[in-house]
Design a protein around this ligand. Sequence first.
Ligand SMILES: *[C@@H]1O[C@H](CO)[C@@H](O)[C@H](O)[C@H]1NC(C)=O
Ligand SMILES: *[C@@H]1O[C@H](CO)[C@@H](O)[C@H](O)[C@H]1NC(C)=O
Ligand SMILES: *[C@@H]1O[C@H](CO)[C@@H](O)[C@H](O)[C@H]1NC(C)=O
Ligand SMILES: *[C@@H]1O[C@H](CO)[C@@H](O)[C@H](O)[C@H]1NC(C)=O
Ligand SMILES: *[C@@H]1O[C@H](CO)[C@@H](O)[C@H](O)[C@H]1NC(C)=O
Ligand SMILES: *[C@@H]1O[C@H](CO)[C@@H](O)[C@H](O)[C@H]1NC(C)=O
Ligand SMILES: *[C@@H]1O[C@H](CO)[C@@H](O)[C@H](O)[C@H]1NC(C)=O
Ligand SMILES: *[C@@H]1O[C@H](CO)[C@@H](O)[C@H](O)[C@H]1NC(C)=O
Length: 342
Amino acid sequence: MAAKPPSTIMLTVTLLLMCTGFATSATRCPDCGTTEVPYPLSTGPSCGDQSYKVRCQTGTGSLFFDTPNNTYPITSISQTTQRLVIQPSNFLNNNTCVTADVSYQGLQLNQTLPFNITSGNTIMYLNCSESLLKSPLNCTSTSLCHSYINNSVEASSCSRAPICCTFRSGGSTTQYSIRVRNGGCQAYRSFPNLDYSLPVSRWPAPGVEIQWMSPPEPLCSNQTDCDASSTCLLSSTGGVRRCLCNTGLHWDAIEGVCALDDTCENRGDCSDSNRTALIAGLTSGLGSALVAAVIGFLLYKRHRRHKEALARLAREREEILNSGGGKTAKIFSIHLFLLKQL
Ligand SMILES: *[C@@H]1O[C@H](CO)[C@@H](O)[C@H](O)[C@H]1NC(C)=O
Ligand SMILES: *[C@@H]1O[C@H](CO)[C@@H](O)[C@H](O)[C@H]1NC(C)=O
Ligand SMILES: *[C@@H]1O[C@H](CO)[C@@H](O)[C@H](O)[C@H]1NC(C)=O
Ligand SMILES: *[C@@H]1O[C@H](CO)[C@@H](O)[C@H](O)[C@H]1NC(C)=O
Ligand SMILES: *[C@@H]1O[C@H](CO)[C@@H](O)[C@H](O)[C@H]1NC(C)=O
Ligand SMILES: *[C@@H]1O[C@H](CO)[C@@H](O)[C@H](O)[C@H]1NC(C)=O
Ligand SMILES: *[C@@H]1O[C@H](CO)[C@@H](O)[C@H](O)[C@H]1NC(C)=O
Ligand SMILES: *[C@@H]1O[C@H](CO)[C@@H](O)[C@H](O)[C@H]1NC(C)=O
């Protein structure tokens, strides 16, 4: 019970920190239509982190992910895993096996930005040239892309293009791009976290899963850009000034806030952990004491047996000296033997 007041104070401090507003540049952006825009994604110059730009189409309330030459609708966002899914380009029309972004060489992310393609996408290259047969991709006639083409309405035109290939994203070649081009493949489809046991008819909608790197603390030019939980200081990396969290707080890159350090005082469970430590200490202490006592007792018993044997031996020797004769000499040697055994 004695530990309750400090934890209540800490809770109040936490709530205060959460309510008094964060550093201005670490503000979460307003929802886009009904879609939440988690930190660090930024839909404007006054919210989010400016390296994590996405576009909110205000009229429709739709979010878009812009690449240098193209744009893709965002279909889902997960703040905790720092991932988002974009909808890849569709086929140019229902009669060709060519995706609409072929003129931009497919999906091409800006490599200087903190986004990359995750390793969770199953990608199918369609309408490929024969040169792909020499690639490490699975372009065999049993490759999953053939099941997809055979069983999907949207890709039915690809059945007239004999070569397709399947692979998982994640290598260095697909870190920032899914490339379609003349001389390579003319179309692609991507499915995030695909369960291969499902029939094609139950596959999810096509999507490309993209992840973002943890954002550093927000930039600042002076203290007015930061809130009470942080101080505008020269950062150890990059030679720029950032709102660095004050002592006792640390940068939570997922929530974009200075959060209380994870100490038992802040969690309010110090007494519990102290009690546990005490019990553990007592238990191990008692254990060692018991072991020591047992060893001591055994040593003492052994010592006493030794002493008794010596006394008996002395008595026997005296008897032999007093009487003399073979029988007693034999007893003496037996006792000598027993003494050596101790
Ligand atoms: C990529 O992003 C950087 C940083 O925002 C920007 O300066 C550059 O112009 C972008 N490149 C292209 C091709 O858009
Ligand atoms: C493609 O087919 C779908 C139905 O399967 C239809 O809704 C759509 O308008 C067609 N698109 C074109 C460009 O023909
Ligand atoms: C495959 O791509 C070529 C362009 O290289 C295109 O002319 C052809 O129509 C495509 N095949 C199909 C079946 O759409
Ligand atoms: C993207 O656009 C820029 C200019 O807007 C152009 O120079 C570049 O070649 C384009 N890249 C692709 C892959 O189309
Ligand atoms: C290609 O994929 C199919 C279906 O997943 C599989 O059965 C086959 O063994 C793969 N072939 C190669 C060469 O990886
Ligand atoms: C796809 O269909 C073709 C022709 O109907 C057939 O030969 C092939 O075995 C099928 N492939 C798969 C993987 O279902
Ligand atoms: C993408 O970026 C993350 C975070 O920096 C990194 O851990 C991951 O290895 C990158 N993924 C790929 C496929 O390069
Ligand atoms: C702090 O920086 C802002 C611009 O970010 C500027 O308008 C303001 O005058 C500065 N304040 C001080 C005290 O330097």
